[in-house]
Design a protein around this ligand. Sequence first.
Ligand code: FNR
Length: 380
Amino acid sequence: MADLSRYLSIGDFRQAARKRLPRAIFDFIDGGAEDELTLRDNRQAFERIRVLPRVLNDVSAPRIEGELLGSPVRAPLVVAPMGSCMLAWPQADIAIARAATAHGLPYTLSTMSTTSIERMARAVDGCLWFQLYVLKDQAFNLQLIDRAQAHGYRALVVTVDLQAGGKREKDYRNGISIPLRPSWRLMRDGLTHPAWAWQLLRGGLPTFENVAGYGGMADNGLPIAARVGQSLDDAFDWDKLARMRDRWSGRLLVKGVEHPEDARRLVAMGVDGIWISNHGGRQLDGALATADALPMIAQAVPGVPLIIDSGVRRGVDIFKARALGAAGAAVGRAVLFGAAVAGEAGAHRALHILIDELKLSMKLAGAPALADLNPEWVLR
Ligand code: FNR
């Protein structure tokens, strides 16, 4: 693998991705909705939490391995579902999934990935989860669930915070779409970012493989988020989720939860885990930062596995999340920036950085094992 040791932090990868990618692609990955309040606050909420270190504990071998929703993990970390990744790097989904597998972590394939459920299952011998965006056509949703079940995906993650496409104004201004439409801007992007353009042409133009047969996804000139939003079932409710629960025999997580009352009701109806998320600030601008939502939810559903995403950029964020009651954290952009710079090797290095930082935080905080952590290790 390429030597990427000069990349010391996720921030380094973000800077390099900014240089390598055309602006429209970088903005699509990096940006948030409207004024990006939630995007910024997600980060600040993690930064506001302070660790209260302990001393004189044997921290020679920090214990970070365990189990997440029935899947063994070497660190409490999972890759969040991301659509359209092939805009950043050829076969980026597979590259990221292989990197996650090499680290002993689950990878969540998005409904809107540029790799189909089947192709991913063939390409990667690791722990795969499948994320469902609930489309208007219920029969199609059930088909997707059945396909994931048939191909050995271990958990189903139903995303519920995208009933309409978030208003990402950068994407509107940049006119980003899949399939990429020929335009002067695209040609200019290609000429000014030749390495990116060459790889994109060689790797094949990205399409939404999972929903290839779905009529509702007609290309109508809207940016990606708006187009996906238009196809989603905005009438999806508790009864429909209950039917999905019956259909899927594996672990079921619901992603996009921030209210403790919703968490309680979901657990009561048989959901196995709650994925606290505001979509990385890409949906409702003004939504609560997830690190602020976590303690309320942990209190509402004690003992229930919680995953938190949105704003995780440092290993110490995973430490803080565990202390506040999460079973694990999920990362989206952190790993995609790595893949955007150097494909599988970049994704691998990004995950390595986070895991290394987590272990170092534990040593410096005097925490021998993640299992020892509780809210007394942090101050908010
Ligand atoms: C996403 N996210 C997302 N979520 C989801 O449930 N299905 C999806 O298809 C996508 N697609 C997607 C694409 C891109 C480019 C990004 C950056 C994000 C949201 C994702 O799963 C996760 O919630 C956030 O990325 C978490 O925030 P961080 O880690 O990026 O700060």
